[in-house]
Design a protein around this ligand. Sequence first.
Ligand SMILES: [Zn+2]
Length: 206
Amino acid sequence: MDPVVERWLHLEDDVLGIAGHRDRLVRTGSGAGGVVITAPHAVPHVRDGVTKRADMWTGGLALLLAERTGATAVVETSGYGDPSWEEAHPFKDAVAALAPAVVLDLHAMRSAEQVVEVGSGEPAGSPPTELARRVRDALDGCGIATLTDHRFPARGATTLVQWGRGRGIPAVQLEVSVRLVPPFAVEGAVVRLVDGLTAAVAAARP
Ligand SMILES: [Zn+2]
């Protein structure tokens, strides 16, 4: 197995192994003021009283990207509530405590396409933010197909993107198709995704 894929699976095991047992995993990279990668749906969670499935593999992916880039990862493992649906949530407090310069909010979506959707949080009809464009261009440059402000434009008031914007923190939402992650994608496609997201984190740095 490719070492990158193997590492992702190992980190995902770490996340799933403590699901429901701890509040969240925070793995600090190069310190305050940098890029913070959030995975609010890394384990099954509860939205309006209904249990929702995890965004597959996003917890391990956030940790992997942090390892590769020196960014910080915040991975929700409690399963308590929904950090990107509730206005106030301890997950958001944990992110705020890191004083991020930029937030990359990582999700996974069901999709038949091998694509990453970039949500800029801009109102309908407005061009995407400069941050969203930089992230999109980095993914495109690595051969990852993208759609910007398509199905997941991050316009909801409680999203991490809007939460960040309200605090002057540029933020972008990334919805990764499950067709790009193990076990649905072949190893080469998985490695390309990780390389593309690594480039996206670098491009997001202020
Ligand atoms: Zn999600």
